[in-house]
Design a protein around this ligand. Structure first.
Ligand code: FAQ
Length: 326
């Protein structure tokens, strides 16, 4: 839906005052932050609304796979860490919804777009967490991929998004470490624990690479988003950096990345890796992921069960306004 809207608003953009557009582009090119009350092209606003809201939905849906293990964490220490991590993800979702709201769209409208299937969330959260090792693999790989993508977003051109990313990145860094620490414990544990760690790596590796989005040549938004400095690096650039940083970490764990084509390329000083199954990626984007229905049901139920809280907050706000007006 959003790509179509972007095309529509690109047409609108051609009707926008060229002087305003030129001044906006110059500010972006000079690495100035664009703030909520500044003039911005409609297509810029829509692209940001799409990206930030997808990001917010991902943080919130992303609590579900790990939430599944809070009650089954193997020790009190692991449970406390996991609880804190999942709560951090809720906080990230909230900062991001606030950043999206500064673009003039309500949080309710954003949530409804998700529940109506018009807005997306990251494909990665449509895979199940089958064993405790999956919690290690999520922290190590999923948070690792998230950091790789989000560090450059601290310099994204939209001020509220960039500032939200600063705190998010600090917390994601702790998340990545806790996941890797679980993997270290399992990889150095019993044969069964090592098998669990390898199995989790086998299942999470390729979906983690898909998190970075389609290859640049099939990414409809990258070119414009790079020009507007919404994105600071392309999908393929970030994916390559992630592979390069993660392969030595897997070697340290004595685990094998499930890719027979993975090999160091001396010429490019980076790893070559095998073909990603893009059919799987697009199927998951379309809502056909292994646990996609479960995830959306959980979000729908939470929205419905929380309606009394929203009503109470509205009633409180109405009373506050009445008192102020009196
Ligand atoms: N999943 O033209 P592009 C996390 C869509 S946070 C689903 O390349 P773009 C923390 C894309 O929206 C994880 N859809 O798009 C955590 C577009 O849709 P359209 C989330 C995807 O925006 C850890 C279409 O495909 N992070 O993990 C995906 O330029 C652990 C064409 O793609 C962010 O959202 C995907 N993987 O680049 C929480 C970071 N990839 O226009 C809990 C911010 C692409 O057809 C536990 N976002 N699409 O409606 C971004 O950096 C960008 O939006 C990209 C995609 C790189 C994700």
């Amino acid at each position: 839906m959003y790509t179509t809207e972007l095309q529509k608003s690109t047409t609108i953009q051609s009707l926008e005052d060229p002087k305003l557009v030129a001044a906006f582009e110059a500010r972006v090119a000079a690495d100035e932050f664009i703030e909520p009350k500044d003039w911005m092209p409609e297509a810029y606003r829509r692209t940001l609304t799409r990206q930030i809201s997808q990001h917010a939905h991902s943080e919130i849906v992303g609590m579900l796979p790990e939430g599944n293990w809070i009650g089954r964490a193997p020790t009190l220490r692991r449970k406390a860490i996991l609880l804190a991590k999942v709560q951090d993800e809720a906080g990230h979702g909230l900062y991001l919804y606030c950043a999206a709201e500064t673009l003039g769209v309500s949080r309710d409208a954003l949530t409804e777009a998700l529940l109506d299937g018009k807005a997306k969330y990251s494909t990665i959260f449509n895979y199940p967490t089958l064993t405790w090792a999956d919690i290690g693999a999520i922290g190590w790989l999923v948070d690792g991929a998230a950091i790789m993508n989000q560090v450059p977003l601290q310099r994204t051109s939209y001020g509220p998004y960039a500032r939200a990313m600063v705190r998010v990145c600090k917390e994601e860094s702790f998340h990545q470490r806790q996941g890797y620490e679980i993997m270290i414990a399992l990889a150095n544990g019993t044969a069964e624990q090592k098998r669990m760690a390898q199995d989790a790596l086998n299942r999470w590796w390729w979906p983690s690479l898909m998190m970075f989005g389609p290859p640049d040549e099939n990414s409809p938004n990258t070119e414009q988003s790079m020009r507007w400095r919404i994105k600071r690096e392309t999908n393929d650039e970030l994916r390559q950096k992630f592979v390069d940083i993660t392969v030595p970490q897997a070697e340290f764990l004595n685990l094998t990345i499930p890719d027979p084509d993975l090999k160091w390329n001396e010429g490019k000083q980076a790893y070559d890796y095998g073909e990603i199954d893009w059919d799987e990626f697009y199927a998951v984007v379309k809502g056909e992921g292994p646990v996609a229905k479960e995830r959306m049901k959980a979000r729908r139920d939470a929205w419905e069960e929380g309606s009394w809280v929203r009503e109470a907050a509205d009633a409180h706000e109405a009373k506050r306004r009445e008192r102020k007006a009196a």
